[in-house]
Design a protein around this ligand. Structure first.
Ligand code: FES
Length: 170
């Protein structure tokens, strides 16, 4: 009788052990699969540094060079090509400013008027000074800025923009 009981206990113990191990493996596999399948969809890429041709932006000129910032972005599983437009000026050998060409009113693209030294928005006649500050029209805020840096003579512009007056050069 004692033998039969101990046989039953051992069998029960083995059964529980097998269920526990199977459950653990199933749970670990589910977590790994979920991380693989869903994880990237929560990952959004940070800002990128884009190198621009330094000959496009000569040192000490009054005007701005109109520069296209083209780069790949990944948002979850989706990869796409983005294009931003910026006005870039090399103020000094070690100082570059990059002003976003996107109007802060409704997002039209502004143009640089070399003669009047202002940015003009064609959509609702918004006007900005050479620093990107609003002079007239409906825009509610100055033009945004891109962070910039110069490394070994290379001009780098960040894809991310920030409000005027933020920390623009690194
Ligand atoms: Fe530029 Fe309206 S979109 S003034």
């Amino acid at each position: 009788m004692a033998d039969k009981n101990s046989e039953l206990n051992r069998r029960k113990f083995m059964e529980i052990g097998i269920y526990a191990i199977s459950g653990t493996i199933a749970a670990a596999s589910t977590v790994a699969l979920a991380t693989f399948a869903v994880g990237p969809s929560f990952k959004k890429e940070k800002s990128k540094w884009i190198e621009i041709d330094s000959e496009e932006v000569p040192i000490g000129t009054n005007g701005f060079a109109r520069v296209v910032l083209e780069y790949e972005t990944k948002d979850g599983w989706l990869t796409s090509t983005e294009r931003d437009l910026a006005y870039v000026k090399r103020v000094k050998k070690d100082e570059v400013i990059a002003i976003s060409a996107v109007c802060t009113h409704l997002g039209c693209i502004v143009s640089w008027d070399e003669e009047k030294k202002i940015f003009k928005c064609p959509c609702h006649d918004g006007r900005f000074d050479a620093e990107g500050r609003v002079i007239s029209g409906p825009p509610p805020a100055p033009l945004k800025r891109h962070k910039t840096k110069i490394e070994d003579g290379r001009i780098l512009i960040a894809t991310e923009t920030m409000p005027y007056g933020g920390n623009q050069s690194v």
